[in-house]
Design a protein around this ligand. Structure first.
Ligand code: GDP
Ligand code: MG
Length: 350
């Protein structure tokens, strides 16, 4: 009788436990559903945002391709010439445009394409594939390693957005919990030093500066020493873009690099060239020139929001083999993004 009683109690306890476990699992899975739902929503709104920023590129680029293919009416050499022209106008670059059109010709022959819509799809796919293949590497992104201090040098001609980009990045890294030091290496204009100071204040980070006209290398020396002595995580170095001659600018930059190396031999850990996307083909020759002197590790393309010439993204990596690591799509702090090739392809092609 007593053993029966114990068995009943045990059975009741087991039943209660099973019910509790079931209730717990149900609650957890419904919570997961909620978080799963939220994530794609954020992602969608972000890429929609990029889409609206790249709307000009999308409509001018794809719109023109579609229009030309329709107008031509048939698939012939004349169409190939027109398409090549559109790519070049969108700043894809001559070399890369020729490469793309040659590939399209091959595919037209191989698949015996006569249908215009098919030609358009093939052309889009060639460009998409090219971008996706060329941006498959991990080193294509800007990542802070555990090197302390992690030194990033910014270069570029005047007005491209160096100081603005540094300000945006300072905030980003600060939000990640890192200690940041800005160095006002653009000693050319007082306004440039002032502008960087404002960004430093906004991001609540420290800045090393000297007065206008002082030697850029001397400011950089002070800054790097401070970063080493006070254990800063990340150092962002602004530089001047305006010089009397290109030779002066390049000499000053290589002197800055030598100065950095005297204190931190393996720095700068990133040497980024900032390029204004609206300057078009000139961008490629700028990058070639800077690369010769300071060996670039990546590019930052700014002002992609204001131009129909986003094709520069396609040509620049193909021709220079230097990755675009960040893109600027506006003047505000949040308008700096990691260049995500999938997101870009989606924004321009889908
Ligand atoms: N629309 C737009 N404007 C930008 C972007 N990046 C920078 N700018 C603007 O370009 C101008 C020059 O920027 P600045 O940082 O002073 O260039 P720097 O001379 O290279 O340091 C400023 O008015 C910035 O607000 C961007 O991604 N989009
Ligand atoms: Mg500046």
């Amino acid at each position: 009788m007593e053993t029966n009683y114990i068995i009943y109690i045990l059975a009741a306890i087991i039943l209660i436990m099973v019910i509790l476990v079931i209730l717990f699992i149900k609650k957890k899975s419904s919570q997961e559903k909620i978080t799963k739902k939220k994530k794609p929503e954020n992602k969608i709104s972000e890429s929609e945002n990029l889409r609206s920023k790249l709307a000009k590129t999308k409509s001018s680029f794809l719109g023109k391709i579609a229009e030309t293919i329709k107008l031509r009416g048939k698939v012939d050499e004349g169409l190939m010439d027109d398409l090549e022209e559109i790519l070049i106008q969108a700043d894809v670059g001559v070399e890369t445009s020729l490469f793309i059109i040659d590939k399209l010709r091959e595919e037209i022959q191989l698949h015996k394409l006569t249908n215009q819509a098919e030609v358009q799809t093939h052309l889009e796919n060639i460009i998409k594939e090219m971008l996706l293949n060329e941006y498959a590497k991990d080193s294509d992104h800007l990542k802070i390693t555990d090197k302390r201090p992690f030194v990033i040098l910014f270069a570029g001609v005047n007005g491209v957005g160096k100081t603005t980009t540094i300000g945006k990045l300072a905030k980003r890294f600060k939000d990640q919990g890192k200690s940041i030091l800005l160095i006002a290496g653009d000693t050319f204009r007082a306004a440039a030093i002032e502008q960087l100071s404002i960004w430093a204040e906004r991001a609540n980070v420290e800045i090393v500066k000297q007065q206008q006209g002082s030697d850029a290398s001397s400011v950089v020396y002070d800054g790097i020493m401070k970063a080493v002595n006070q254990n800063f995580d990340v150092v962002l170095i602004d530089t001047a873009g305006r010089q009397h001659t290109k030779v002066n600018l390049m000499n000053e930059l290589s002197k800055v690099v030598r100065t950095i190396k005297k204190i931190v031999p393996d720095a700068p850990h990133e040497t980024l060239l900032v390029i204004d996307a609206t300057t078009g083909q000139n961008a490629i020759s700028q990058a070639e020139l800077f690369n010769k002197t300071i060996n670039l590790s990546g590019l930052i393309l700014t002002k992609l929001d204001g131009t129909a010439k986003g094709g520069i993204v396609i040509g620049i990596k193909h021709q220079l083999k230097i990755p675009v690591k960040l893109i600027g799509v506006g003047e505000k702090q949040e308008d700096l993004r990691d260049f995500d090739v999938n997101e870009f392809v989606e924004a321009v092609f889908e």
